[in-house]
Design a protein around this ligand. Structure first.
Ligand code: SAH
Length: 365
């Protein structure tokens, strides 16, 4: 490779891509397994540490390639144990990732884009506009960094047991990079997380959801937020392109053939907007034929947000109507609110916000 040419960042290559790389430089494909383990299981950032690889090859790798994660700009700790990191991904852009500890698991919430091109009216990331997709190394690099920061428990198990693609951005509008990163999350030679423990969340990019099934086994969450198109058109403008009926069909297709799988529907609780008893009954009817569970998310306010969160009683009443109709319903506890790490509060720093919705969505679909 000539001077000045960019080195290949091995951090974002899934097993097959890494094998292809080794073959392309005249090496045996099994080198990929060794390097995957070094990078993702042991968390090394330099080729020198890869002691089962010959010195000659290590020097060659040094010339051709690198292992480069985003840079941590800032870390914040919430009173409830939630942690948030601000990560620099290039000169002007940064994204956020959040770690949420719970009794039985530790969940890392990962970003997939710098900003977001969708314009959901209740989401703070939307205000940031959109700058660009994150590359695969920038997505898996979040898990790589967080594992380094958090380490393992006394039994040797990793503290991070679950990953959700619920940070900044719409993962299905960054398809290839997100699939490569999820591949690594679930690869036994890398992070080895089961498909139940990796969740991709989407506002409903139907064509991309259809493409996902053959290439990815991750669990699916869908940001629904309304029981009918008229309201959803307003809250999640993407609905005008892919209305609820199409979205639910695609959800059923995604889990078809796997008897125990369900889709998680996220539903942000907005006072006097989508939280009435009538809307709960409508939602239950809508989901009647979809193997599903519902996650009610108390609305997290942000500066200049025009909504209020439903009251505790309203949320409980809404949940009880769904439960009476046989729908497993969980109310998500707000975590990390004191450091703006809760759902919909991630903002990072987004440079040049001009590449808004229509262009970015057209490019991706
Ligand atoms: N674009 C993807 C991934 C983002 S996930 C998606 O829409 O699913 C972030 C989740 O938090 C989504 O369910 C989103 O709708 C929800 N959310 C956004 N803003 C929120 C807010 N202010 N309060 C609570 N939840 C919010």
């Amino acid at each position: 490779m000539s001077m000045g040419q960019e080195k290949l960042n091995l951090l974002g290559l899934a097993r097959q891509e890494l094998e292809d790389f080794f073959v392309s430089i005249g090496e045996k494909p099994f080198r990929a397994s060794q390097v995957l383990k070094w990078i993702h299981q042991f968390g090394v950032a330099g080729f020198d540490a890869m002691t089962n690889i010959s010195k000659v090859l290590r020097m060659r790798l040094q010339e051709l390639a690198e292992i480069r994660a985003p840079r941590i700009l800032l870390q914040q700790h919430s009173r409830d144990g939630t942690r948030k990191w601000l990560l620099q991904v290039d000169g002007g852009n940064s994204v956020e990732m959040v770690f949420i500890p719970e009794k039985e698991r530790g969940t890392l919430c990962v970003s997939s884009q710098v900003g977001c091109a969708l314009d959901c009216t209740f989401c703070s990331t939307a205000r940031q506009g959109f700058n660009r997709n994150l590359g695969a190394p920038e997505i898996i690099g979040q898990l790589w960094l967080a594992n380094q920061a958090l380490g393992r428990d006394p039994r040797g198990e990793r503290i991070i047991s679950n990953v959700v693609l619920m940070g900044m951005g719409e993962p299905l509008l960054n398809f290839d990079n997100v699939v490569a990163a999820m591949d690594l999350m679930m690869d036994d030679l890398a992070y080895g997380l089961s498909k139940r423990r990796v969740t991709i969340s989407t506002a409903g990019v139907v064509p991309a959801l259809k493409r996902l099934k053959p290439v990815c086994e991750a669990s699916l969450a869908v940001s629904l937020h309304a029981p009918d198109d008229a309201l959803r058109d307003k809250l999640v403008p993407l609905n005008r392109k892919y209305p609820i009926a199409l979205l639910l069909d695609a959800c059923c297709e995604y889990i078809a053939g796997e008897s125990k799988r369900v889709v998680t529907f996220e539903y942000v609780m907005l006072k006097n907007i989508n939280d009435s008893a009538e809307q709960a009954r409508k939602l239950a009817r809508l989901l009647g034929n979809v193997p599903s569970k519902v996650n009610l998310i108390p609305f997290n306010p942000f500066p200049e947000s025009r909504y209020q969160c439903s009251s505790q009683e309203e949320i409980e009443h809404f949940a009880s109507i769904l439960q009476e109709r046989g729908i497993v319903t969980i109310t998500r506890r707000t975590r990390g609110g004191d450091i703006d790490a809760a759902c919909g509060q991630l903002v990072g720093r987004v440079q040049d916000r001009t590449r808004r919705s229509s262009i970015a969505i057209k490019e991706a679909c």
